[in-house]
Design a protein around this ligand. Structure first.
Ligand SMILES: Cc1cc2nc3c(=O)[nH]c(=O)nc-3n(C[C@H](O)[C@H](O)[C@H](O)COP(=O)(O)O)c2cc1C
Length: 191
């Protein structure tokens, strides 16, 4: 479609759980009319940085490893320094998501790293506008944004369950919602 907005979801997933979250972000972004979204593995993105220049929005996703982004995602970030020098991604819309096994797991550290990274590139960060779920006696594990994040989308995958079981439906729906939100922001910003 002419004038379609391009959204890239650049992610790393060591064991497949963050990939499930990334796919939910993708389906949310692609649910928005006028948006074409695509998943790219962080290693592949690092080797094809010029392709990323086409994006109207980039959503970054990493598992939380040791309280921050994974080493593999950091490799992509460091590779992108050539784009930082040209400020090629300046004024593109940005967002981020993360997944870890603990309820907190220090996931905020990962979203902070991703948002600082986006700011270094001169990008426009989009937070998660969903109210926190499961934070009152009326709440449940089924609530969207049950992790209670604002900076981006969070998911929790229990450590002894595979990606065919976890992250749970509520976290996938949260990721879907967030993908749509960032895509809508791209449409408005690049109008
Ligand atoms: C090296 C390493 C470090 C981890 N550090 C954390 C952590 O800081 N907090 C946490 O809650 N989970 C931590 N985990 C668990 C992962 O975040 C969790 O298993 C996640 O689902 C992995 O996502 P992936 O399957 O996409 O790699 C760690 C796992 C690994 C392998």
């Amino acid at each position: 479609m002419e004038n379609q907005k391009k959204v890239f979801i650049i992610y790393h997933s060591g064991y497949g759980h963050t990939k499930v979250q990334a796919e939910a972000v993708l389906s949310g972004a692609n649910s928005v009319d006028g948006v074409d979204a695509e998943l790219i593995d962080a290693k592949e993105a690092a080797g094809n940085l010029d392709r990323i220049d086409q994006a109207d929005a980039i959503i970054f996703g990493s598992p939380t490893y040791m309280g921050t982004i994974s080493a593999e995602f950091k490799s992509f970030m460091d590779a992108s320094s050539s784009k930082w020098m040209e400020q090629s991604w300046k004024n593109k819309i940005a967002g981020g998501f993360t997944n870890s096994s603990s309820q907190s797991g220090d996931k905020t550290g990962t979203l902070q790293a991703l948002s600082v990274f986006a700011a270094q590139h001169g990008m426009i960060w989009v937070g998660l506008d969903l109210p926190p779920g499961n934070n009152s006696s009326q709440g449940s594990e089924e609530n969207l944004n049950r992790m209670g994040a604002s900076l981006g989308a969070m998911a929790q995958s229990l450590a002894d369950q595979g990606p065919e079981i976890t992250p749970p439906d509520a976290d996938q729906k949260t990721a879907h919602y967030y993908g749509a939100r960032v895509a809508q922001a791209a449409l408005r910003w690049a109008a």
